[in-house]
Design a protein around this ligand. Sequence first.
Ligand SMILES: [Zn+2]
Length: 89
Amino acid sequence: MSLPPRKPGRPGWAQGPRARPARGPEQEEQFQALKASLLYCPRCWVATPTRERLLLVLPTGNLYEYLCQQCGTSTGSKTEQERGSMLHP
Ligand SMILES: [Zn+2]
């Protein structure tokens, strides 16, 4: 007796991708962790932990500057849009 050939499809595959857990607050935490990431400092020549500093408040969002925690050099900036407090003219 010979065995039947295996089918390439996996039987368990079909029950899949819809069973994702809902990501609510976890994603927010990941974003917070991202903000604390290292940025390359041109003066220290290494990636250093940064301090976030509010530089400007614009109608389109807040401009933050990242400063090297070791020497204070600006290592980057970003504009963060404020949600929920938009001005209506
Ligand atoms: Zn530095």
